[in-house]
Design a protein around this ligand. Structure first.
Ligand code: ATP
Ligand code: MG
Length: 718
């Protein structure tokens, strides 16, 4: 009996991780070392050797997309049997399936609905009202956030520590949480966090059910283990206590969801909770060429709070990652577009090219450039810029200002932000519009002169109509960007998101700013709206090759020949919010994100920073990200965009001169750069706390190596 082909291609360590079928296994290894490949092969191996049937294997991926891909790969290894893997999916998908089967045991019916965020907020508001809590002072979204974070930590209402439960709404946090859960049960509904928490409760309170699943799952596997949160960990541990055959793979350097409750310490707990676990280290990176790997390794070595690991590649050094200083984001998008066209001429498939941004507002400039160039692109993990909820709302307001007959736009913003106008009011306006054969807005104007509407609604609509009259009057005299700003502010729309405490709100506000900024190039509102219609009309033909545009968070686990990494500037990346909210820990999480970004590249990594960003029509000079300073000179090539050069945006790069980028500024940016440098030093001094790492799985220095270049030999330290 020879070695099966799927195993013959593995290196000895990978092979060990695949073949160690009895007992717990932890694979802790850097990016691109084949962790996901090990998982996939292991599943194939379990099936091929008859150790378990496909439906007896539980496999957890981080996204639904990753689950689909894994299924395909397993099928390629062992044939179509892999089709019958009902338990391969995300924690949420698997939990939903389990919960539906035993819903009555946690007070639900198997037909329970899963609430989206909007429903969740609406329900939360009702709970606040019922408990007489002022939702102006204690907004529903704040409570929703708090409850989510308790759920992520596996805490039922009765388990929430008194201090925390008391912090919200003058001591009512715990009561509100319990009341909310009770409301969910009456509605036969679960929110996203419940899917896991209720499954955990199901297992805890029903040992027979737990035993049934412990028996069923002969093998359990988890990808991206570093990003599991507490409730997921507890869930997993309960199940794994049956047969102990659990295999987790992860990389502490790629833990990037701390803000969502992920706990990298789960990795450290693993050995403790699963004594005798086989711990496998993979050190050979199969994805990236030498310079790219060395660059990523050098950068992440600046983090203190890490386990440290060895990484090497047998690949050639390849092309050095480039760092290009550009004048502004427009030049950035232009250069990226040019480079993609040139790669395309060299035969590179667009499917092998990705643009990874830190914040989603950065996408707009690239999208517009690609549309101009006719380059097919796809935004992964979210809508295109002009199709985002907040951007469409903003557009709807402006369409109403510019074309008062635009009924669709009016319906969209009629009660957004909430102003107490319900469906029945809208229906009345509709009826009147139909009778009078006029657009909705005109009908509304006429209705407020009658007594068909209740006084409160009449008053609200009158005020809204007066605002629209005023805004339309401004069209002649005010530049469109200013007008948009006024409309969004006076309508309360911006405010709605400012008050919102959910995780996406800050991103939405950034998108609104970018939206306003995008109008600056247009002489009047009409011209801008026409432009948007044309831009959004480009039908996304699904077939054919596409450049991928996505956030760094969304890129986890993926790989591309060429990766563009724009916007490496202080404040944007590392993102100011992370620094403000989480200090040094926030900075380290941002650095891990940078590491994830660079390690997505197989052959080319192209970083950019702009020396200026235009915000609210004002130029602000920016300084390169501290992460740029932290790249290894020997492995990186520094470039300068033509426009940046012409304007003398910055002087000799730090790679020509030993002093830091900050002091090599020559123009107005200089002073800011100095300030930035000081702020940075302060930041470090204040935030460098004692490290809390009590157990270390792996001791080791960061090593990057390549076998073929002197001075950069196998095992050399970088
Ligand atoms: P990440 O940390 O980014 O999720 P990973 O550790 O999961 O990375 P994989 O995606 O599994 O790494 O593998 C990276 C690349 O290396 C893939 O293209 C994979 O096919 C390839 N690869 C992994 N192991 C081998 C091997 N033994 N021989 C050849 N190629 C390999
Ligand atoms: Mg992976």
């Amino acid at each position: 009996m020879g070695t099966p082909a799927y195993i013959a291609g593995l290196n000895p360590e990978q092979r060990r991780a695949v073949e160690a079928l009895d007992g717990p296994v932890l694979v802790l290894a850097g990016a691109g070392t084949g962790k996901t490949r090990v998982l996939t092969t292991r599943i194939g191996h379990i099936i091929a050797t008859g150790r378990a049937k496909p439906h007896e294997i539980l496999a957890v991926t981080f996204t639904n997309k990753a689950a689909r891909e894994m299924k395909e790969r397993i099928a390629a290894l062992v044939g179509p049997v892999a089709e019958g893997m009902p338990w391969l999916g995300t924690f949420h998908a698997i939990s939903t399936k389990i919960l539906r089967r035993h819903a009555e045991l946690v007070g639900l019916k198997s037909s329970f609905t899963i609430l989206d965020t909007d429903d969740q907020i609406r329900l939360m508001k009702q709970v606040l009202q019922a408990e007489n809590v002022d939702d102006k002072r204690w907004p529903a979204r704040g409570l929703a956030n708090q409850i989510d974070s308790w759920k992520n930590r596996g805490l039922e209402p009765k388990a929430v520590p008194a201090g925390e439960a008391g912090a919200f709404a003058n001591g009512k946090g715990g009561v509100l949480y319990a009341a909310y859960q009770a409301r969910l049960k009456t509605l036969n509904a679960a929110d996203f966090g419940d899917l896991l928490l209720e499954t955990l409760r199901l297992f805890r309170e029903n040992p027979d059910v737990l035993a049934q699943y412990q028996n069923r799952f002969r093998y359990m596997l988890v990808d991206e283990y570093q990003d599991t949160n507490v409730v997921q960990y507890l869930w997993l541990r309960l199940l794994a206590q049956g047969r102990h055959n659990v295999c987790c793979v992860g990389d502490d350097d790629q833990s990037i969801y701390g803000w969502r409750g992920a706990e990298v310490d789960n990795i450290l707990r693993f050995e403790h909770d699963f004594p005798g676990a086989t711990v496998v280290r993979l050190e050979r990176n199969y994805r990236s060429t030498g310079h790219i790997l060395a660059t990523a390794a050098h950068l992440i070595a600046h983090n203190d709070d890490r386990l440290g690991k060895t990484l090497f590649t047998d690949d050639a050094l390849g092309e050095k990652p480039t760092v290009t200083g550009v004048w502004d984001s427009e030049e950035e998008a232009r250069l990226v577009g040019d480079e993609i066209e040139s790669l395309q001429r060299q035969g590179q498939s667009l499917d092998e090219i990705a643009i990874l941004v830190r914040a989603s507002f950065q996408m707009r400039e690239f999208e517009e450039r690609f549309i101009t160039l006719g380059l097919p692109y796809r935004v992964i993990g979210g809508p295109r810029f002009y199709e985002r909820l907040e951007v469409r709302d903003a557009l709807a307001y402006l369409r109403c200002v510019s074309q008062p007959a635009d009924d669709l736009a009016f319906e969209r913003i009629f009660n957004t932000p909430k102003r107490g106008l319900g469906d029945s009011t809208l229906q009345t306006i509709h009826n009147s519009a139909r009778a009078l054969e006029v657009p909705l807005m005109q009908a509304a104007r006429q209705l407020v002169e009658t007594d068909e509407l209740k006084p409160k609604q009449r008053q609200t609509i009158r005020a809204l109509m007066e605002s629209f009259t005023r805004w339309s009057g401004l069209m002649e005299t005010t530049p469109p960007a200013r007008l948009a700003e006024t409309v969004l502010e006076e309508s309360g729309y911006t405010d709605m998101w400012s008050k919102d405490r959910t995780a996406e709100a800050a991103g939405r506000l950034e998108n609104l700013k970018e939206f306003v900024r995008s109008m600056e190039a247009f002489p009047d509102l009409g011209a801008f709206l026409d432009h948007v219609s044309l831009v959004t009309d480009t039908s996304d033909n699904e077939s054919g090759e596409h450049v991928s545009i996505m956030t760094l968070h969304g890129a986890k686990g993926l790989e591309f020949e060429t990766v563009f990494l724009p916007g490496w500037e202080e404040g944007l990346f590392p993102h100011q919010r992370s620094l403000d909210e989480n200090g040094r820990a926030g900075l380290e999480e941002e650095r891990r994100l940078a590491y994830v970004g660079i390690t997505r590249a197989k052959r080319r990594a192209k970083l950019f920073f702009a020396t200026n960003r235009r915000i609210h029509g004002l130029w602000q000079s920016t300084i390169p990200s501290r992460f740029v300073d932290e790249l290894p000179e020997a492995h990186v090539e520094v470039k300068e965009g033509a426009q940046a050069k012409r304007y003398g945006a910055y002087g000799a790069s730090r790679f020509d001169r030993p002093d830091a980028f900050a002091s090599s500024y020559t123009t107005p940016g200089w002073q800011r750069a100095q300030q930035g440098g000081t702020a940075r030093a302060k930041d470090f001094a204040e935030n460098r706390g004692p490290l809390r790492r009590d157990s270390r799985l792996i001791e080791g220095e960061l090593v990057a190596s390549s076998s073929n270049v002197s001075g950069f030999t196998k095992g050399a330290r970088v």
